[in-house]
Design a protein. Structure first.
Length: 252
């Protein structure tokens, strides 16, 4: 359940200062300083989006790691062929479970959405005064990327809610797994050990299966939203690469 990473959101690339003086001088009656301030406001707002995402994603990744580690260990402990080697994984799994803190997760994800809304407001102001068709296209592409990030935040929040709902099951499974690993030596064979673990786990199996299926569904939705962000960022970068270039002013 490793998270799908999407590209850093570095959208506003100083469109008024494109290489080679590429951008035509503004025809808007607004003073140049106002235009610079508009673009600076967009740049700052987009940086806030990137910062919010950078704060939220590790929290979500840590929760998903805890879930993944428990799932893997449970599967191995239930199998006589792997129960004896699986017990050695318990310290790593216990550490992953202990690292999960869902309390700040949803507030951090919501901050991505709030930051996107602020960035889109700043961008809308800049779009109204776009001096060229290319700059208008570029800013529109940025807005599409921000919309994709907004969708990503919504899907990440939905996944976070699912994790909150099912984490008690994972915590309970982890709580019984630790003591089982410590007394593995009591069982005479790997078959007996796996069977004993199955008995201890029985009351949680239905909840665990439901949790696994639901988390996987919402993780896939989050990953699809992340891929859409990647595509939108790639499109924005392509628009920037297609910017008009300045004509040579003289011969060498």
């Amino acid at each position: 359940m490793a998270p799908t990473r999407y590209l850093p959101i570095l959208l506003v690339v100083a469109v008024a200062c494109a290489a080679g003086g590429a951008v035509v001088a503004p025809s808007s009656p607004s003073p140049a300083v106002d235009r610079a301030e508009q673009l600076a406001a967009v740049t700052d707002a987009v940086a806030d989006v990137a910062a919010a995402q950078a704060a939220a994603d590790p929290l979500l990744a840590t929760a998903l790691t805890g879930v993944r580690e428990v799932d893997r260990l449970v599967a191995r402990l239930r199998d006589p062929a792997t129960v004896d080697t699986a017990k050695d994984d318990w310290p790593r799994v216990a550490s992953a479970v202990a690292a999960v803190d869902l309390t700040p997760l949803r507030p951090a994800i919501r901050e991505i959405a709030f930051a996107v809304d602020r960035a889109r407001a700043a961008l809308a102001t800049a779009e109204r005064d776009a001096p060229t068709a290319w700059e208008a296209r570029y800013l529109a592409a940025e807005d599409e990327t921000l919309l994709a990030v907004r969708t990503y935040a919504a899907e990440a929040d939905a996944l976070a809610q699912v994790l909150e709902r099912h984490w008690p099951t994972y915590a309970a499974v982890a709580a019984l797994t630790g003591p089982f690993v410590e007394r593995r030596w009591v069982y005479r064979s790997s078959e007996e050990a796996a069977a004993a673990y199955e008995v201890e786990l029985a009351r949680h199996l239905a909840d665990l299966a439901g949790a696994q299926a639901t988390i996987e569904e919402f993780r896939e939705r989050r990953d699809e939203a992340a891929r859409a962000v990647n595509e939108a960022v790639a499109e924005t970068r392509q628009v920037f690469r297609d910017r008009p270039t300045a004509e040579p002013t003289g011969t060498p």
